[in-house]
Each structure stands twice: as C-alpha cells, then as structure tokens.
Design a protein around this ligand. Structure first.
Ligand SMILES: Nc1ncnc2c1ncn2[C@@H]1O[C@H](COP(=O)(O)OP(=O)(O)OP(=O)(O)O)[C@@H](O)[C@H]1O
Ligand SMILES: [Mg+2]
Length: 224
C-alpha cells in the first residue's frame, strides 16, 4: 500500500539547488488496512514524510511506492489521479471559508463528477457521522475548532480513499474533541481504510495502540 525504500528528501534552496537532506535512508512498508502513527519532535520530518505519502512531493533519492504507483516513474499527469485516491488532512485547516460545511464536504465529489443525488446521500450520512447535522449551512468560521477538524476529516474521506494521511489532526483541539477526532480515524480504519497519522503528542498513541514509526533528524529511530 505504502513502501518507502531508502528514501532521501532535500528541499530546494532559494536558488533552486538541493538544500540539506531533511530525510535520510528511510525504509518501511505499510500494509493494506494498517493504522500507523508517525511520531517525533518538531522538525523531525513528519510532515515531509506525509507529503511524500500524499504524492505532493517526489523523493530526492530512493523510491516511494503508493497504491502500486512508483513516484520516481510516475509522469506528471499520473499524479492528480493518484492524489484523488488518497485522503489528506493537512496540519493547518484548509477548509474553504466562503463555502458552507455541506459544500466543503461535497466539493471533492463535485470535482470528481459524482451525480448530485449520490452526493446528497453521501454528504448527509457523513455530516451525521461527524455530529454536524443541523449545521450544514454554517461557514467554517461559525464552527468550533473541533467541528472544523471533523469537517476536514469528512472531506478527506468522502471519496472513500484507500489511504488516509492525516498530519497533526488533533493538535489544536481540547482532549474531548481530540478523542472524538481519533475515534473517527479509528472507525475509518476499522472499515478498511489504511490510516497514517502524524503527531508530536505522546499520549495520543496510548489511546489507540498501533504501530509507531519514530523520526528524529529525518531518520527512522524506532519502529515498534
Ligand atoms: N518547504 C521547505 N523548504 C525547506 N525546508 C523545509 C521545508 N519544509 C520543511 N523544511 C525543513 O524540514 C525539516 C522537517 O520539517 P517537517 O515540517 O517535516 O517537520 P515536522 O516533524 O512535521 O515538524 P512539526 O512537528 O513542527 O510539524 C525542518 O528542519 C524544516 O525546517
Ligand atoms: Mg509537521
């Protein structure tokens, strides 16, 4: 499902030349249907690993294979269809502020050309599942932080992606909202979605024990 093989990553510097290596010699495989925590201190490279898993970046060295696609061999036009099969939750909320809660969740389906009648049923189900029934017409600014984060997750899973990659999905939430968000991710995983979650929180993995890959300075220092 996800395979990293001796992956290295360097971001280009301001002149467009390769900067220092941010990720080094990273190898691991995540099986279909697995749940994985990506842990490590700030700056360890968690977001960079996740951006590779979202096909938002290509590695500078080594190989990344996502859903059977090798990033090094993928043509530019192969990437958007690959990205559509991957649900992404960014470290910062990226809801569209001028769209209602309903329209934010419906957007990926509309972009995919799904018929409006299917969209109506799917979005209603999902909004009920995340506890936002009755708040469909609100803009993101009229929702709490926890509600916004659940909306981001709903938008990431509305297309039923095979792989869900979430970067610090609970970082700005209080303990109760964080538990609720984690429960949504765990439920997606129970239904068969492969889930990867990055966090620098130490107590979150204790609430949902799963494989933990720990990064430090761009290297894998523990796999337990
Ligand atoms: N676009 C970029 N250009 C250059 N360097 C970057 C870029 N993005 C991240 N970095 C550097 O790469 C390293 C890893 O950053 P990354 O965002 O992956 O860490 P992180 O583990 O997600 O940290 P945090 O817990 O703070 O989110 C850091 O040293 C950071 O400064
Ligand atoms: Mg990060």
């Amino acid at each position: 499902m996800v395979r990293f093989s001796r992956v290295a990553l360097a971001y280009p510097d301001q002149r467009g030349r390769p900067g220092p290596a941010i990720l080094r010699d990273l190898s691991f495989t995540l099986g279909e249907g697995s749940f994985t925590w990506i842990l490590g201190p700030s700056g360890a490279g968690k977001t960079s690993v996740l951006r590779l898993m979202q096909a938002a970046l290509r590695p500078s060295g080594g190989e990344v294979e996502l859903l059977g696609v090798l990033l090094s061999r993928a043509r530019r036009r192969d990437l958007p269809p690959l990205r559509r099969r991957i649900g992404t939750v960014h470290q910062e909320f990226r809801l569209l502020s001028h769209l209602s809660a309903w329209d934010n969740v419906a957007l990926p389906l509309r972009l995919g050309g799904v018929p409006e009648s299917t969209i109506r049923a799917d979005v209603a189900d999902l909004l009920e599942w995340i506890g936002l029934t009755g708040k469909e017409e609100r803009r993101p600014a009229e929702l709490s932080g926890g509600e916004q984060q659940r909306l981001v997750i709903a938008r990431a899973v509305v297309t039923r992606p095979a792989l869900l990659v979430a970067d610090e999905p609970t970082s700005d939430l209080d303990a109760r909202q964080a538990r609720r968000t984690l429960a949504l991710l765990a439920e997606m995983n129970r239904q068969g979605t492969t889930v990867v979650v990055a966090t620098h929180s130490d107590d979150l993995p204790g609430r949902h024990p799963a494989r933990m890959l720990t990064l430090e300075g761009g290297r894998l220092v523990a796999d337990e």
